[in-house]
Design a protein around this ligand. Sequence first.
Ligand SMILES: Nc1ncnc2c1ncn2[C@@H]1O[C@H](COP(=O)(O)OP(=O)(O)OP(=O)(O)O)[C@@H](O)[C@H]1O
Ligand SMILES: [Mg+2]
Length: 337
Amino acid sequence: MKLLEVKNLGVEFHTDEGIVRAADNISFDLEQGEVLGIVGESGSGKSVTCLAMMGLLPMPPAKITSGEVLFNKRDLLKLSEARMRAIRGKDISMIFQDPFTSLNPYLKISTQLMEVLKTHAHTMTYAESKRRCIEVLEQLGVPEPEIRFNSYPHQLSGGLKQRIMIAMSLLLQPKILIADEPTTALDVTIQAQILDLLKDINKKHGTSIILITHDLGVVADLCHKIQVMYGGRLAEQGDVDDIFYRTRHPYTKGLLNSIPSLDIEPGSKLKPIPGSPPDLTALGDFCAFSPRCSKVQEKCRTKRPERTHETGQHVYECFFPYETDQLGNAGDRRVGS
Ligand SMILES: Nc1ncnc2c1ncn2[C@@H]1O[C@H](COP(=O)(O)OP(=O)(O)OP(=O)(O)O)[C@@H](O)[C@H]1O
Ligand SMILES: [Mg+2]
C-alpha cells in the first residue's frame, strides 16, 4: 500500500542572487515498511524536499511552485498549519540534520520528550507519559534512561543527543520517519550505531523510513530503493539493484565510482566527483550535470532531458544513459548486504 506519494514537487527560494530552484519536479512514493534513501551532494535539495513535505520551510523566502504530497490520499501541501501540526510527529516525524540545534539547551530532556506527548497524546497521564519516554529510551539503548531523562542536553554526548532526537520522533510511533543524516556532527562509529537503530526500528515496527545521506554505502545496506538527486532535480531513481547494477545516469555512476574501495568502511565519505555542484540560480533548460559529465554532448547543454521510465520503478533523466554492457563492474561495488 502506498503510504506517501510525492508528485512533481517544486520548491523555489527567492533570494537577492535570484531564484533558487531547490526542488524541481521531484516525484517518489513510499510503501508501508519501505526504506527510501535520498542521495546527493551538498545543496542538491534533499533536505528542502523533505522539509517541504512536512510544511516546515520558511515561506517566504520559500515558495511551493508545484506538486502534491499525498498521505492517506490527502494532500499535505493543502492542509492548514493546525492540521499539519497534528500529522507532524504523530504520523510523520523527522530527525533533523543537526542534533545540536534541534534540542533546546535550556530545557531538560524530560520536558522536551514529555512536551511531544502532551501535544499529541492528550489522554495520557503524567506517569504513563513518563513510562513511555523511558521505554523508548530503553529501546534505543540509552544507558541509565532515568538519569538521562532528567539531564540537560549539554550533559549528554553527541551520540546520546542524537538518540534523544530519535526517541522524540518515535514516541508516537509514526508511520514514516524521515532521518536527515548528520554529516559532520557525529563520528563514524556513532553514525553506524544510529543506522543500525534505524534498521531495527524498520524491522521491528514496520516504520517506513526516508534516509537522507551522502553515503551510498549506507544506502545499499539499509534502503530498499534510492533516489539520486542533482541540482534540485531527480537524476535517477530505482530499487537498490537498479541503482547499483543497472546504473543509467553518469552522475550515479560517478557516485559509485567515487566509493574508494570495495571494502569501504560503513559511514565513510564519498570522494567528490570533479567539478563543483551547480549554481541553482543559473539552471535553465539543459542537463544540470552536463558541465561535469564525462558523456556530455551538445544536446545536453541546450535541452533538458525528459524522464525515462524503465521497467519497475527505475527512472532517470539523461539523453545518453549507460547501457548495461557499458557498466563495467559498478555493480560489484555494492557494499554491505
Ligand atoms: N532558506 C533558504 N534560503 C535560500 N536558499 C536556500 C534556503 N534553504 C536552502 N536553500 C538552497 O536550496 C538548495 C538545496 O538545499 P538543501 O538544504 O535541500 O540541500 P541538501 O541536499 O540537503 O544539502 P546537504 O547535504 O548539505 O544537507 C541549496 O542551494 C540551498 O542553498
Ligand atoms: Mg540537507
